[in-house]
Design a protein around this ligand. Structure first.
Ligand SMILES: Cc1cc2nc3c(=O)[nH]c(=O)nc-3n(C[C@H](O)[C@H](O)[C@H](O)COP(=O)(O)O)c2cc1C
Length: 153
């Protein structure tokens, strides 16, 4: 039984980012994690923080497939997602190796943001030995990610 997570970096839980995600999962079961519903502190020097970071990280640790979705805000990923990713520096030993990661970028004209966001997610995958499977910014590409996901063991 494969476990699938949607990590939603949008402020809208049923917005365009979530809609594109539905085209990746289709009828596959998955658990959405809307970062807007969790309290994640900005990274600080004292890493022992009382917030929801570890709760969300625990969900990722249980997953086989992680779809990371972000809208483009000002030519970048959303602050919700960046804040969460910065905190991975507090969890450098997290057992994430081998997880399949799929990236969704949703914007009205996302081209300038795509290289930056893709680079950050690829960097994160390399550091944690996760397998970066690809990017979708539209329905056609989302369908291709769906096919990749169902063909993964
Ligand atoms: C604060 C803000 C900044 C935005 N900046 C950009 C941008 O620089 N480039 C772009 O293509 N879209 C930009 N957009 C549009 C959103 O990326 C787009 O509407 C996206 O589909 C929203 O996804 P959502 O429905 O999941 O929130 C911006 C939207 C907001 C709210």
């Amino acid at each position: 039984m494969q476990r699938r997570i949607f990590l939603n970096g949008s402020m809208n839980i049923n917005g365009n980012t979530a809609r594109l995600t539905n085209q990746v999962f289709r009828d596959l079961e998955y658990t959405p994690i809307h970062l807007t519903e969790f309290h994640i502190n900005q990274i600080r020097p004292d890493s022992d923080q009382q917030d929801d970071f570890q709760k969300v990280m625990n969900q990722l640790i249980l997953a086989d497939h992680i779809v990371i979705g972000t809208p483009v805000y000002w030519s970048s990923m959303s602050g919700y997602l960046k804040t969460f990713i910065d905190r991975f520096a507090d969890a450098l030993e997290a057992p994430l190796a081998g997880k399949r990661v799929y990236l969704l970028i949703q914007g009205t004209a996302p081209e300038d943001a795509i290289p930056f966001i893709t680079n950050v997610i690829s960097h994160l995958c390399r550091r944690f030995h996760m397998k970066y499977k690809g990017l979708a910014t539209n329905s056609n590409e989302a369908s291709k990610l769906h096919d990749l996901m169902v063909n993964e063991k």
